[in-house]
Write a protein that binds this ligand. Structure first.
Ligand SMILES: NC(=O)CC[C@H](N)C(=O)O
Length: 376
């Protein structure tokens, strides 16, 4: 079935739907990973975005029940060069087309993903509209220009959990009404490290990594206040990844500030940006961001290089952090942007990239160990 994508600047791309009729809108971004499409599809940080994979052949290992990063597909549409409809892998339970269709997400192929990626790289990330119904370039481009811009929008409200939950044995465990406000909510106090994790769109593999290192984790909504966290009396606080612009999330920054210095605090991606803002820094929208599994990062104190998994379109401004209070610890070797920050005196640190991988290399798993070490 024919489909057409129009960017806000009027450039159009012909393609074909492999999931039936549909229409979608969002910011178009590219991911350079050769594999990991199931993790990409379900990562809540992609909310509001259409994703194109630069690797040309996608779908060949199907879809399983294990490699999800949340309970649903989060991307607005999936744009591929070539869809492989006959998966072959021992874990595969269904095809990518069936998976996308079951959740009403448009998948297209025969798309010139290389031209699209080169266009975004030179012109920057853009809003776009894709449709199998409206194939008129001008009408689609006009609709693309009418989509609210990602900068300035709070996308976290749409993905954060409504209620706190426990993460037990690799699964979400619902809690009873008000259970989290009881005087002693932790089942393994003393044996495990009790962590409150703010959910701004948390990836399951972060929870798997924390549990794997002996943490008992309570996940709380993004709007949870510092006093509510302190009432839970955790050993450490975690700030998760999440979609969109950090700047409008004033409530989150206000809730994080009183927790700086309260207990060890660790943040990933949006958590890094929110910590940067809470420390008095600034963030900005990057031209096209970093999304892939081979981003080189330098750890400045030792000069060690890590190959990292990334998915972000905003960044902490290098010079904005208050001097003497916080330091940039990691930089991206492709463009020298900030990849990690640390408080100079308190056990408070964060990284812009994804030490939990999923997909991607495990070079940075040491950061979870460091967080656990600080709680000991
Ligand atoms: N993965 C993330 O947490 C992304 C952070 C933020 N939404 C960005 O695009 O920069």
């Amino acid at each position: 079935m024919k489909a057409l994508l129009a960017l806000e600047d009027g450039r159009t791309f012909k393609c074909r739907s492999f999931t039936g009729p549909g229409e979608a809108q969002g910011e178009v971004v590219f991911n350079t990973g050769m594999s990991g499409y199931q993790e990409v599809l379900t990562d809540p940080s992609y909310r509001g975005q259409m994703v194109t994979m630069t690797y040309p052949l996608i779908g060949n290992y199907g879809i399983n029940d294990e490699d999800v990063e949340s309970d649903r597909i989060q991307v607005a549409a999936f744009l591929l060069r070539q869809y492989q409809p006959y998966p072959s892998n021992f874990t595969s339970l269904r095809s990518l087309a069936d998976y996308l269709q079951s959740q009403g997400v448009l998948g297209v192929h025969d798309f010139d993903t290389r031209a699209l990626t080169r266009h975004i790289r030179s012109k920057g990330a853009m809003r776009a509209m894709i449709s199998t119904q409206d194939l008129d370039p001008e009408s689609l481009a006009a609709k693309a220009r009418a989509i609210p811009s990602m900068a300035g929008s709070d996308l976290v409200t749409g993905v954060t959990t409504d209620k706190p939950y426990r993460w037990v044995d690799g699964r979400v465990e619902a809690v009873m009404e008000n259970e989290w406000q009881q005087p002693e909510i932790w089942r393994h106090r003393g044996d495990k490290h009790c962590v409150v994790a703010f959910d701004y769109g948390i990836k399951y593999n972060i929870l798997r990594c924390l549990e794997g290192l002996g943490c008992e984790v309570f996940v709380v909504p993004a709007s949870t206040t510092a006093d509510e966290v302190k009432a839970m009396n955790p050993d450490g606080v975690f700030l998760s990844n999440g979609p969109g612009d950090p700047e409008p999330l004033k409530y989150a920054v206000k809730n994080i500030q009183p927790l700086i210095g309260y207990k060890p605090l660790f943040g990933i991606c949006l958590g890094n940006q929110l910590l940067g803002l809470a420390l008095g820094g600034k963030t900005y929208k990057m031209k096209f961001g970093h999304r892939g599994i081979n981003q080189p990062v330098k750890y400045l104190p030792t000069g060690a290089i890590e190959i990292t998994s990334q998915n972000h379109g905003f960044s902490v401004d290098f010079d904005s952090l208050p001097k003497g209070e916080a330091t940039v610890t990691h930089i991206n070797l492709n463009d020298n942007t900030v990849e990690g920050i640390r408080h100079n005196k308190l056990p408070v640190f964060s990284v812009q990239y994804h030490p939990e991988a999923s997909p991607g290399p495990h070079d940075a798993h040491y950061l979870f160990k460091e967080f656990v070490g600080l709680m000991k």
